[in-house]
Design a protein around this ligand. Structure first.
Ligand SMILES: [Zn+2]
Length: 152
């Protein structure tokens, strides 16, 4: 059976008789809100221990500042990570958008160039070549090949 000492009366009690109260004391030491919480163990069946646990303190000002600094660093790290992640996602999105635009430009260029060359060498007009349905997948494949070659 795990046993704990009560911070108030000092008695060693069984786990079920001891509760823990977490007092936010940041304000008292002019520390950032929520960065210094002091845990106080007390007998949960003793009125005096329950009442005194609300104001009891066992950590020194030096310890309070140390705890506060540590949790501020942790909070900052969490914040920095979130910002980093945001920019990483944005960069990835921008890169993908760029690829889509480049691929589309290749497709347009190949379509225009192909239709132009075909219209010179045949009786059909430029527009007739441009809007020939079966040429669309051919141009898409060509654009894909050019796109892939470009990336190497
Ligand atoms: Zn007690």
């Amino acid at each position: 059976m795990i046993k704990w000492s009560c911070h108030i009366c000092g008695e060693i009690r069984e786990d079920r008789n001891i509760s823990v109260r977490s007092n936010d004391r940041s304000d008292e030491y002019n520390l950032s809100y929520g960065t210094f919480k002091e845990n106080v163990r007390y007998c949960n069946d003793n009125y005096d221990c329950i009442e005194n646990s609300k104001t009891y303190t066992h950590l020194t000002k030096k310890e309070a500042i140390e705890i506060s600094n540590k949790s501020e660093i942790k909070l900052k790290e969490i914040g920095d990570k979130a910002v980093e992640e945001h920019f990483r996602n944005k960069k990835r999105f921008d890169e993908n958008m760029k690829k889509v635009v480049i691929f589309f430009l290749y497709f347009i260029a190949i379509s225009l160039l192909g239709s132009f060359i075909s219209s010179i060498s045949s009786d059909e007009t430029f527009l007739e070549h441009l809007f020939t349905p079966w040429l669309v997948p051919v141009r898409l494949i060509l654009a894909y090949i050019v796109f892939k070659l470009r990336r190497k």
